[in-house]
Design a binder for this molecule. Structure first.
Ligand code: ADP
Ligand code: MG
Length: 446
């Protein structure tokens, strides 16, 4: 079989997997895999990092083999190999060191190897920014210059920016990159004025191929720094050197920003990163646990994601706090201990409410039959009662998702998870749903 055909077959496998896993998970774990080699009984799949290789082997081997079996009926085995584009290596870090060693430029100051694109979880809240980053990597200096990434604190702006830097450095180890905060740019500028080394300052900042300035909003009100930056920017742009900027707000909202600078910033591509949605929060927590080697049941991670509607940084902080506190007490990282850490009723104190009572009660309330709730029909009027049932069984009876899925006619645990989350989210803003929940809960405990 020619390699083109083999590649096509692997992309068919990927299409099947795409329909099985959530979009953020697909993007994070599968989108960068490619077929390296096909033998009679063995497919070798290239993956961009060891981290992804581990995740695929540990968590997705079932999904992968069932998709492979559909496309390759003789059921070949699948093995993964870390491979960065054409260069194959067992160890990503080695390759980086090697490239740096051979290049005549020193390694870029300040780029954090931990912030790579491989461990950047992509979800609804940041997929636009991620796509823009990929476009810049494909055509630096040409498509989108500058790339302006904005969003609240802790949402991954710095991480994404470092990721782009590293990806471009991998493509071209000779690339000259400068990464700094806008304060560092300002301090360098002031110092070069005082020490009369303006020439040196200019040749440094204007000779790079990629300029990454973090938190550009702090340039606000600094007139001479803004002026200098304007010229630096123009010079780089005229040479097709890529500029990437991050900010906590869009250029138009930065106070005391010269309008000519604001319009330059708006002249490229502006993308925002939002607070992570539920799926992305779960994926970030999973990725962190995997990196740290902590084995926490998925259900616990979804509980933490549900209880922590915040940015990635705080989410990680919360996870660490939970892990450390529970470990300090010498306890196991399980659902019960995490629930009680989060101040949720533990399994022992609740379970008072009989799960069958929940279902009967919901049926009475909405005038439905049990088959309506458990059956496959997707009628609109059944969706809310079903999701309320999921929510109450989870919150009030503390049943695990799998068990709730069984009770509701063999539904998948991810369906339950989304149902619970949906009600959780809607109940924050919809008074009608709030009222329903209060009525149902009080009916149940009476
Ligand atoms: P910002 O610059 O927007 O304030 P950072 O880039 O410093 O945020 O991110 C804060 C922390 O959250 C970092 O540890 C970063 O690795 C992590 N983080 C943020 N977004 C993601 C993501 N999408 N995937 C994985 N980790 C993330
Ligand atoms: Mg930052």
């Amino acid at each position: 079989m020619d390699s083109n055909e083999s590649t096509k077959k692997w992309s068919k496998v990927l299409d099947l997997i795409k329909s099985e896993v959530s979009t953020p998970n697909y993007r994070t774990w599968f989108s960068k895999t490619h077929l390296l080699n096909e033998e009679e009984n063995l497919l070798t799949i290239g993956v961009p990092s060891r981290f992804i290789q581990e995740q695929l082997t540990k968590k997705y081997s079932g999904v992968i083999s069932s998709a492979v079996e559909k496309i390759y009926p003789h059921k070949p085995e699948v093995t993964f190999k870390v491979s960065i584009s054409e260069i194959e290596t067992e160890d990503e870090n080695l390759i980086e060191l090697d490239l740096v060693k051979h290049s005549n430029t020193p390694p870029p100051q300040g780029l954090n190897v931990k912030y790579s694109l491989e461990n950047f979880v992509v979800g609804l809240s940041n997929n636009l920014a991620y796509a823009a980053a990929q476009a810049v990597i494909a055509n630096p200096g040409i498509s989108y210059n500058p790339l302006f990434i904005y969003g609240g604190t802790g949402v991954g702006k710095t991480h994404l920016m470092h990721g782009v830097g590293q990806a471009l450095l991998k493509k071209n180890p000779y690339l000259k990159i400068i990464y700094c905060s806008s304060e560092k740019f300002m301090n360098d500028f002031i110092e070069s004025l005082q020490t009369k080394k303006m020439g040196e300052f200019r040749s440094r900042y204007r000779s790079c191929d990629l300029l990454l300035i973090d938190d550009i909003q702090f340039i606000s009100g600094r007139d001479s720094t803004q002026e200098e930056f304007f010229h630096t920017f123009n010079d780089l742009q005229s040479k097709n050197s890529q500029v990437i900027l991050t900010s906590d707000r869009p250029p138009g909202e930065i106070q005391k920003l010269e309008s000519r600078l604001a319009s330059r910033f708006q002249g490229g591509l502006m993308v925002d990163i939002q607070l992570p949605d539920f799926d992305t929060r779960v994926a970030i927590l999973k990725a962190r646990c995997l990196e740290r080697g902590d084995n926490i049941p998925e259900e616990c991670l979804t509980l933490i994601a549900q209880e922590t509607e915040t940015n990635a940084r705080e989410l990680e902080g919360k996870l660490l706090q939970i892990i450390q506190s529970i470990k300090l007490l010498g306890k196991e990282l399980n659902m019960e201990n995490i629930r009680s850490y989060l101040g949720k009723p533990t399994l022992n104190t609740s379970g008072k409410i009989d799960s069958r009572k929940v279902l009967t009660f919901i049926n009475q309330y909405f005038n439905l039959k049990m088959v309506d709730l458990t059956g496959p029909k997707r009628k609109k009027e059944l969706v809310l009662p079903r999701q309320l049932a999921m929510f109450l069984l989870y919150q009030e009876c503390n049943l695990p998702y799998e068990k709730i899925g069984e009770m509701l006619g063999g539904r998948d645990h991810t369906t339950i998870m989304h149902g619970v989350e949906k009600i959780h989210e809607v109940s924050q803003r919809d008074r009608e749903v709030q009222r329903l929940l209060i009525e149902l809960k009080s009916g149940l405990t009476n």
